[in-house]
Ligand binder design. Structure first.
Ligand code: CTP
Ligand code: CA
Length: 233
């Protein structure tokens, strides 16, 4: 294991990272979830701590083998709604916000008080879903001076060109300073140690292209954050 000396270029800054996948309850024992392990977000939180930041991790569901760094303050959030409230609470004081969590786009319209039984829906069940609010859009709307906001996008794409095109469109639509995009599919992007990220700015410029361990890509993303903050002043 090679020990890499990291720059202390986030010294004194407050960094808030969200990570993992939200779980939207259906009934007391079931939920709608996604395949996010939380590994990339947890790696970003650790990398920011390595670089001197005070770090808060708003953690949705993390895989059992994904452990936040002990230097990181962890706030647990189960649902998209809980994650949104936690982000709203901690973000006003943050210098850097990284929304790496995989937030459910929809939640179940009416959560059943009791466990659903097959006999209540013989032959098939239709769940009504309602759209969740866009958390990062709210953070951008209430952005405080000097704050850097980073979003993520996991996309199923045909190739690098489509990934870049979608990343640019999403960065502009969200109004974030940086958007980190990665290609995902049945066999890539999740439950893996390695990752590949393409980071674009709001104006569509490519700020970083990185691949390797999720620690390496975390540091590459933070390099882009530091560069974006330096370019602004
Ligand atoms: N995000 C959010 N609130 C939501 C959904 C997503 O803050 N309700 C954040 C994610 O954490 C991520 C960014 O928005 O940082 C992009 O998420 P993504 O799912 O790629 O974008 P959507 O706007 O939900 O668009 P779509 O899923 O249709 O591609
Ligand atoms: Ca989405």
């Amino acid at each position: 294991l090679a020990l890499v000396e990291r720059p202390r270029d986030l010294d004194g800054l407050s960094v808030v990272v969200s990570a993992g996948g939200t779980r939207e309850p259906i009934d007391p024992v079931r939920f709608l979830g996604n395949r996010s392990s939380g590994r990339q977000g947890v790696a970003i939180a650790r990398a920011a701590a390595d670089r001197g930041a005070r770090v808060t991790l708003v953690a949705a569901h993390l895989d059992a083998d994904v452990h936040p760094d002990p230097r990181v303050e962890v706030i647990a959030a189960g649902t998209a709604d809980e994650l949104g409230r936690a982000m709203d609470a901690v973000s006003p004081d943050a210098d850097v916000i990284v929304m790496a969590a995989a937030v459910a786009d929809y939640s179940v319209a009416t959560v059943a008080e009791h466990k659903l039984r097959k006999q209540d829906a013989p032959g098939g069940l239709t769940l009504e879903l309602v759209e969740n609010r866009d958390i990062v859009a709210g953070l951008v709307a209430r952005r405080v001076t000097g704050q850097t906001i980073v979003a993520f996008a996991a996309e199923t794409v045909a190739g690098d060109e489509e990934l870049l095109e979608r990343a640019r469109a999403k960065a502009a639509r969200k109004g974030v300073d940086l958007l980190a995009a990665n290609a995902v599919g049945w066999t890539r992007g999740f439950e893996t140690a390695d990752n590949a990220l393409t980071v674009v700015g709001r104006d569509g410029t490519v700020a970083a292209v990185a691949s390797g361990s999720k620690d390496d890509t975390a540091h590459a993303l933070l390099d882009a954050v530091v560069a974006s903050r330096a370019a602004r002043v």
